[in-house]
Design a protein around this ligand. Structure first.
Ligand code: NAD
Length: 430
């Protein structure tokens, strides 16, 4: 099949590379020249395990994957997958400007196509968006009939950054929300080589499945952090409690790592968007999901409270922040706890020495001036008054790095018993 992927970010590029690897011919359409050029040179513009190797083999050797800024290239494809970003507005609501732009431009191109074409959205969009926004825009700008001339699908992505390539080839499930059966059949065929349960449903249900998944994962994290805060008062180790919980098959062992809470490009923004839409559009302000966000907001700042307890006023204190990405094995700093923590440290007059193996440039782009970017963890640690471990990169997990230092661990990166033998160690909620 010939497939166009609109938006070549974490989701779009991994999807494009995965589909090309499975034998399809894929063109990525992106508005960003730099990304398009990098992809055409076989270089990944994002840090994602396995993606560079995949891209270099697919672009240069097989020629099955290429990129362009020209929407008209959609004309020669059978299927367009919309993978553009859906960021938050300042009030937490979803910002659909990229979705609107993509739907309009796809519609304009499809106006001159005579044969059937499927448009499937993979971006995360509030339930009702395909019906209320995407379908009307496609109809208006193409002059063709969605559900008949243009097949419509919502096909959410569930990848985890850092493991995205692996997740593409072995997903837990494939959700196909279809307006017309023909479009759903085509999507099922596209993913035919992938072994996973396929659940076919209507579009709005598929949109809600994506939000419910992220809301559940976020709830597990805030739940264990709340339990951790109680455990800390009792002198009980929450990691032992989580281990005890994990033997119950109904609970499992995933997303039960207590610490400074969730960040990243999905959980915080999707939860905010769902809470906003539910309260302001669907007529149900969801108390549980609001509490999940509140717990998460407070949790990250606990690391600063502990630093103040240890050091007193932070004005003029040299604080090393290890880890800027929202989690290890990615360069993504969107909604990363490190960014919020550093902003507060700077407001308090601390001298911040930051280090991350992959995310330094992305952090520089969003942080205010005044942060000293270090060349290694050891460089950040040397001459610091206190070290905050904010992201659990493997290279930070060596207790010997922290001899005689004050260390506050936000991610259980270190074994508390071993760490306490070499440094002044405090876990954020254990
Ligand atoms: P991203 O910001 O990394 O990538 C989006 C890409 O779209 C960018 O390259 C941007 O230049 C491009 N773009 C923007 N407007 C465009 C337009 N009109 N036409 C063509 N290209 C355009 O975003 P992402 O992390 O890949 O996320 C994309 C969507 O997938 C979001 O809705 C997100 O919530 C969802 N999602 C993300 C993840 C994740 O882990 N990153 C996981 C599941 C779902």
């Amino acid at each position: 099949m010939i497939i166009s992927v609109i938006g070549a970010g974490y989701v779009g590029l991994v999807t494009a590379a995965g589909l090309a690897r499975n034998g399809h011919s894929v063109i990525c359409i992106d508005v960003d020249d730099l990304k398009v050029n990098a992809i055409n040179q076989g270089v990944s513009p994002i840090c994602e395990a396995g993606l560079d190797d995949l891209l270099s083999s697919l672009t240069s050797r097989s020629g099955r994957l290429r990129a362009s800024t020209a929407y008209r290239e959609i004309l020669d494809t059978d299927l367009s997958l919309i993978c553009v970003g859906t960021p938050s507005n300042s009030d937490g609501s979803i910002n659909l400007r990229h979705i609107r732009d993509a739907a309009k431009r796809i519609g304009q191109v499809l106006g001159s196509k005579k044969s059937y074409h499927v448009v499937a959205t993979r971006s995360t969009i509030i339930p009702g968006t395909t019906k209320d926004v995407i379908i009307p825009l496609l109809a208006k700008y193409s002059g063709r009939k969605p559900g008949k001339d243009i097949g419509i699908v919502y096909n959410p992505e569930f990848l985890q950054e850092g493991k995205a390539v692996q997740a593409f080839f072995s997903p837990d499930r494939i959700i196909i929300g279809e307006l017309d059966k023909r479009a759903g059949n085509l999507l099922a065929k596209v993913y035919g080589d992938i072994e996973a349960p396929v659940f076919r449903t209507d579009i709005t249900t598929a949109e809600m499945i994506k939000y419910a998944s992220n809301a559940f994962l976020a709830t597990k994290i805030s739940f264990i952090n709340e339990v951790a805060n109680i455990c800390q008062k009792l002198g009980v180790d929450v990691y032992d409690v989580a281990k005890g919980l994990s033997f119950d098959y109904r609970i499992g062992d995933k997303f039960l790592s207590a610490g400074i809470g969730f960040g990243g490009s999905c959980l915080p923004k999707d939860l905010r968007a769902l809470v906003y839409a539910s309260a302001n559009r669907f007529g149900y302000p969801p108390p549980l999901l609001k509490a999940v966000l509140d717990v998460n907001k407070a949790q990250a700042l606990k690391i600063i409270d502990i630093a103040e307890r240890k050091l007193g006023d932070l004005d003029g204190k040299r604080i090393a922040v290890l880890g800027l990405a929202f989690k290890p094995n990615t360069d993504d700093v969107r909604d990363a706890p490190a960014i919020r923590i550093i902003r507060v440290l700077l407001e308090k007059g601390a001298l911040v020495k930051a280090y991350d193996p992959e995310a330094m440039q992305n952090a520089r782009n969003v942080l205010p001036g005044g942060v000293e970017y270090c060349t290694s963890a050891a460089d950040a640690i040397a001459s610091s008054d206190c070290i905050l471990i904010v992201t659990e990169w493997a290279e930070f997990r060596d207790e010997n790095l922290y001899q005689s230092k004050i260390v506050i661990d936000g991610r259980r990166a270190l074994d508390p018993r071993k760490a306490k033998a070499v440094c002044d160690y405090q876990g954020v909620c254990w």
